[in-house]
Write a new protein. Structure first.
Ligand code: PA5
Length: 434
């Protein structure tokens, strides 16, 4: 059963049903061309049938390594950037306890979790070294190209620390590498050192790689059931095999965002109503931004956390330049319920909502916001997730991957390359004297 629903009620005054339906022929054509491998970037379509193709053997291998790391370490560091970082970070933040690392060992499911290599900050890495000083540490270094500077620097520093602390042999047992099967500096290091290695398939690009060992290993170390996650993705792979938008919410979402873009709505704001969605929005921004922002085209993917940002960005969204549309992003059912207590003296004036759950109030905040933004001229739709389970997350990952692949093709760009990312690197290397 689909754990994702898309509500288009607040789009209707901007887009007619006929306009949406008019895109069906293009969508069906692109769907068929993608399936045949006839669209731009077709060398990178490995993600398309990945959920159905993942073998039980690979899942068992990943779970086996994850268990070993969970048994041997109480601090796990995932090193990577972009697609080699955001999927696992999104999963952990979506599913695990909001304060995972602060929980006691008894209450925490597995090691404390850290991320490195996603910036070049001296303070960040130095602070991380402080935090892990007295912990049993394991590392998973992830890079498809095996040459990305940010994770390479973090790995060099952390490897150095590990070898001093555990010796070469000891460090070897605690370091796992996820990279290309044959090429890249990281592959060379892994071979020379004899690190356990997982392979990123050649035909899966970084931002589409969360359901490969790139995402699956750190997610499994975090105690999340990756079998359930894959199961969810598989169910959405089946659901989106049908190009008919009435049956395929990923294509409906892609069609709507493209039609709004053509009407001058060049920024999409993903407005989350649950803090656990924050990093899913970050993952989505990479997916949408790198896939579509090229050839002087593309929707700018932005995100806000609500209701937090209603007290900062809310003003802009309500009354700023009308070049935005909004996708509200909610979870129907929190993991745990808190009810607002009644105070006899009602000194804070909240007794009118006493006895109500926070979910109830949050839902009214969302509805009130959606209405206000619509009145302010912001077309908006709502993506609702049933719950915070791995299965729902698997469905969501696949939903967005399929939607953005189709959306990029509707826009007329290659959604699977990222030539623009090289420009800063060229300048940085020159300045560094590489
Ligand atoms: O989507 C992409 O391919 C990129 O954003 C990469 O994920 C990112 O640059 C990290 O690359 P790598 O995994 O090669 O270190």
């Amino acid at each position: 059963m689909s754990a994702i629903t898309l509500d288009l009620e607040n789009i209707k005054s901007f887009l007619s049903d006929e306009e949406i339906e008019s895109t069906q022929d293009d969508i069906t054509r692109i769907h068929e061309e993608i399936e045949k491998g006839n669209t731009p970037g077709s060398d990178f379509l490995g993600w398309l049938h990945l959920p159905g193709a993942i073998s039980d053997k690979l899942i068992d291998e990943i779970n086996g390594t994850a268990q070993k790391l969970r048994d041997n370490c109480n601090a796990f560091i995932s090193i990577g950037i972009g697609g080699s970082y955001l999927g696992a970070k999104a999963a952990v933040e979506f599913i695990n306890h909001s304060f995972h690392n602060q929980l006691s060992t008894q209450k925490r499911n597995g090691p404390e979790l850290f991320f490195a290599g996603q910036n070049i900050s001296s303070d960040y890495l130095a602070d991380l070294l402080d935090i892990i000083e007295e912990k049993e540490v394991c590392l998973n270094v992830i890079s498809k190209s095996g040459t990305t500077t940010e994770p390479a620097i973090a790995f060099r520093v952390l490897k150095n620390m590990m070898e001093k602390r555990y010796g070469k042999e000891g460090a070897r047992d605690r370091i796992t590498v996820t990279t290309d099967e044959a090429k890249g500096a990281l592959k060379t290091v892994a071979e020379e050192e004899g690190y356990e290695t997982f392979v990123i398939p050649d035909d899966v690009g970084g931002r589409y790689s969360v359901l490969t060992p790139v995402g699956l290993l750190p997610i499994a170390v975090a105690g999340i059931d990756i079998g359930e996650l894959i199961e969810g993705a598989r169910s959405f792979e089946k659901k989106t095999a049908n190009p008919d938008m009435k049956e395929n919410p990923a294509y409906l979402y892609a069609a709507v965002r493209n039609l709004l873009y053509r009407k001058g709505k060049t920024i999409e704001i993903l407005s989350s109503f649950h803090p656990s969605l924050h990093y899913i929005a970050e993952w989505w921004k990479q997916l949408a931004g790198e896939s579509e922002g090229k050839d002087q085209k593309g929707i700018f993917p932005a995100s806000v956390d609500l209701t937090t940002d209603l007290h900062s960005m809310g003003q802009w969204i309500q009354e700023g330049n009308r070049i935005i549309f909004e996708t509200f992003f909610t979870v129907e059912k929190s993991n745990r319920e808190i009810t607002i207590p009644r105070f006899d003296d009602d000194s804070d004036g909240l007794n009118y909502i006493a006895g109500k759950s926070l979910d109830f109030v949050n839902d009214k905040a969302y509805r009130g916001t959606a209405m206000a933004h619509l009145e302010g001229g912001v077309p908006n739709m709502t993506l609702t997730l049933k719950d915070r389970s791995p299965n729902t997350l698997g469905q969501l990952f696949y939903f967005f991957e399929k939607a953005i692949a189709l959306s990029g093709n509707l826009l007329g760009v290659n959604p699977f390359d990222q030539p623009g990312v090289e420009f800063y690197k060229k300048n940085m290397f020159k300045l560094l004297g590489k």
